[in-house]
Each structure stands twice: as C-alpha cells, then as structure tokens.
Design a protein around this ligand. Structure first.
Ligand code: NGS
Length: 279
C-alpha cells in the first residue's frame, strides 16, 4: 500500500483525514486544456481557498502539510490551466497545502533550480512546512492516487509522462515533479544555484542525493502518470555538462547555504502566493 510509504507531517489522531479517492475523477483529468476554466476569484470562493493559495480541510485533521513550489516565467496559459486543475486535485487528497509561484525577473537566463531554492527559503520564512513538492507547471498529474505529500525517501513523482509514452527515459531522471521533506532537502543543501538555462540541474540534484546515500522512490507508472501541456522547447544550455562535471566539488558550498537573491515584488493572489525574484 502506498500510504505505508508516506511520511506524515502530523501524528494520526481521532478524526484524522482519510484520503478518499474517487476513481471516477481520473477520467475527467485527461485533457486539461479542455477543462472549463473558472475565474480565479470565483474559484477561490467556491473552494474556500485562502488568499495566497492556502487551504486545509476543516472537517478532519490533515495528515500532510505541503508547500508546492512552482518556478515560473512567461507561461501564462500553462499557469492558468495548472491552477484551475490542481486545487480540486489537492483538496480531494485532504492536504494542508499552500502553493508558491516563484517568478524569475527578466534579463538572465531561466534558473529553475535556484527558483526552487528561493521557494524553499521564502516558504520556510512563512511557515514550518514539513514537505516540499518542487514541480514544473506544465505537468498535470493524472491519477488522484499520486498523493502530493512526502514519502520516507525522496520521491520522483513524474516518472510516467505522456510525452515519453509513459516510460521513464533513464533511471536517474529526477526532474519534472519531486517530493522531499524539509529534512531531506536540507541534507543535500538544496539545489545548485549555477544552472542558468535549460538542462542538467535535476541530474545535479540526483547526484546530490546519491552523494548523501539518499535512495529515491517512485510510485508505479499507473499512479505516477502526468500529462504535459504543450509549449515551445527551450534550447539546452551549453554550460550544463561542464557544471555537471564538477558538481561534486560544490555540494556543500553551492545551494541553500550560499543562496542570494532579491525579492522584487510579492502578492497573495487568489490561487497562489506570487514572488518575483531577481536571481
Ligand atoms: C536530460 C537533461 C535533464 C532533463 C532530461 C529530460 O538530458 O535536465 O534530459 O528532459 N540533462 C541534461 O541536459 C544534462 S525532457 O526530455 O523532459 O525535456 O530533465
């Protein structure tokens, strides 16, 4: 049972939330682009989402406390589809959650990994989150059993993506969507900050986990299914292989330990907390 593998954020007690999954939901999820879209304010009101994209169940005690960190730049359509889709999905899992969108200011190349570090740092200032999901907004989880909470081992959540014909392209892939407890994340000093441009930062993160002897886990391919929203591909960065070659030297000095950035703006939007960062 996958729930035996979960790392609870709160102890079980009387009236702990049961995770009840309605299997009929999964068939509704297939083409998220065609999902009817609701105005964010109307959606927040209807679903009882608090400003900044926070929610927790009120009729039972949640077992899992999660910060969902989404790096972002210039993908408004995907972001709208993702938000419209993800809140009902998370609520069906009875999580105590909050969604953070970390937008990178223009000028420099996109740095997905550093934005994750910023999300971790900002979220941690606001609340003692137990579990972090780091994920791309173009990935839509298709199976409601793919619980958005942490496991005893760091988990690669998106091992079965439609664009890879639902196969894992290589065993060390740790990109897309991942779940780590705060402890696991801090143990590896977070992500490297040096990966500007596309590619390699997730491979670097995987080698960090390995260097600390942290095994990773995956749910079965039927559960870990994602649908990727269509967008233009980024050209890969030319520095990524060089960065990967000497990554071992930087594990302890490059990460959340030396993280520097400026918050240029922030807002509690109806469906998420928005942070604009200069990295
Ligand atoms: C590898 C990249 C990873 C990337 C993975 C899947 O080649 O960062 O492909 O990419 N590593 C390097 O470039 C060194 S995907 O097919 O999903 O676009 O996550």
């Amino acid at each position: 049972d996958i729930y035996d593998e979960m790392e609870r954020s709160y102890p079980a007690r009387d009236n702990s939330c049961m995770i009840t999954i309605n299997p009929r939901r999964s068939s509704q999820l297939l083409y998220p682009e065609e999902h009817p879209r609701e105005h964010p304010v109307a959606m927040a009101r209807r679903l009882g989402i608090l400003p900044g994209g926070q929610w927790k169940p009120l009729n039972c005690h949640p077992l899992f406390n999660v910060a969902i960190i989404l790096p972002y730049r210039n993908r408004q359509t995907q972001l709208t589809i993702f938000m419209n889709y993800i809140h009902p999905f998370l609520q069906a899992q009875n999580l105590d959650y909050r969604i953070f969108v970390i937008e990178q200011s223009p000028v420099r190349e996109f740095n997905r990994a550093k934005l994750f570090n910023v999300g971790y740092a900002e979220a941690t200032k606001m609340n003692d989150f137990h579990c972090f999901i780091f994920q791309d907004i173009d990935l839509i989880p298709q199976n409601p059993d793919n619980i958005y909470a942490c496991t005893k081992m760091p988990r690669h959540m998106s091992s079965s993506v439609n664009t890879f014909r639902y196969n894992l392209p290589y065993s060390g892939l740790f990109g897309g969507a991942i779940a780590l407890t705060r402890k696991q994340f801090e143990r590896v000093n977070g992500f490297s900050n040096v990966f500007y441009g596309w590619g390699g930062e997730d491979d670097d993160f995987y080698s960090r986990l390995q260097s600390k002897g942290l095994q990773v886990t995956r749910f079965g391919p039927d559960i870990a299914q994602y649908y990727m929203l269509i967008h233009n591909k980024e050209p890969p960065s030319s520095a990524r292989f060089e960065n990967l070659e000497n990554s071992a030297k930087r594990y302890d000095t490059d990460g959340i330990s030396n993280l520097e950035y400026r918050v240029l703006n922030h807002q509690l939007r109806p469906l998420y907390s928005w942070i604009l960062a200069d990295v």
